[in-house]
Write a protein that binds this ligand. Structure first.
Ligand code: FMN
Length: 201
């Protein structure tokens, strides 16, 4: 039996489309008999700022970091699958995710071992993007985000089964109210497909 999925959510509003996607995926995983550890970075008031206690010491990969960081490391260790659901802000995840990586995916834990401790886990980065698929392909930003997150974070930390998937056209503020629920339905369906394709249960 697989161990829990660590589902990371990064959005300041609990009624956001991003939060709805995370909720849908949590329900899907649970309906299929899996378990989910929801890490809602805003709701848990995660502080993304790296302070000296969590700064890597390149001469000591056994360094003790802050208790908060060790608690987050334990949640990653306990999971087989890591699913990160986020809105794309400036063609990248929000700063709270960057800070979570900076602080928690630390030297001696996520990297810096001859046998990477995170090897064997699976990871899906699921971003909600206001822009179109065509724009992302044309500008190279789809490739940039893929390389940054899949290669620069997951693979760097030994997670070879990893993908970045973007759900496009997710900015609904200009969409007439009558059409919004259909658009939300389309986004949720695309999220389902991404889950089935990249983290099948
Ligand atoms: C600060 C900020 C920066 C954004 N930058 C981008 C961007 O670089 N590329 C993009 O496609 N959409 C961008 N957007 C649009 C968001 O991706 C879009 O509003 C979001 O996916 C909608 O989901 P939500 O209702 O859950 O926020 C940005 C939105 C905000 C608030």
């Amino acid at each position: 039996m697989r161990r829990p999925t660590l589902l990371i959510l990064a959005h300041p509003r609990s009624d956001s489309l991003t939060a709805q996607v995370a909720d849908r995926l949590r329900l899907r995983i649970e309906e299929e008999g899996g378990t989910v550890d929801l890490l809602d970075l805003y709701a848990e008031d995660f502080d993304p700022r790296l302070t000296p206690v969590d700064e890597p010491d390149w001469e000591d990969r056994e360094k003790s970091y802050s208790p908060e960081v060790h608690a987050h490391m334990d949640r990653i260790t306990a999971a087989d699958d890591i699913l990160v659901v986020f809105p794309v802000w400036w063609f990248a995840p929000p700063a709270v995710i960057k800070g979570w990586i900076d602080r928690v995916w630390n030297y001696g834990f996520a990297y810096g071992r001859s046998k990477p401790r995170l090897a064997g886990k699976r990871m899906l980065w699921l971003g909600l993007a206001g822009g179109t698929d065509a724009d992302y392909e044309k500008t190279g930003l789809a490739t940039a985000m893929d390389v940054q997150l899949r290669v620069g974070v997951s693979e760097f930390c030994g997670i070879t089964e990893s993908s970045v998937r973007l759900l496009h056209d997710t900015e609904l503020s200009g969409v007439p109210r009558a059409l919004r629920s259909a658009r939300v339905g389309d986004v949720l369906k695309a999220a389902d497909a991404a889950l089935d394709e990249h983290l099948p249960h």
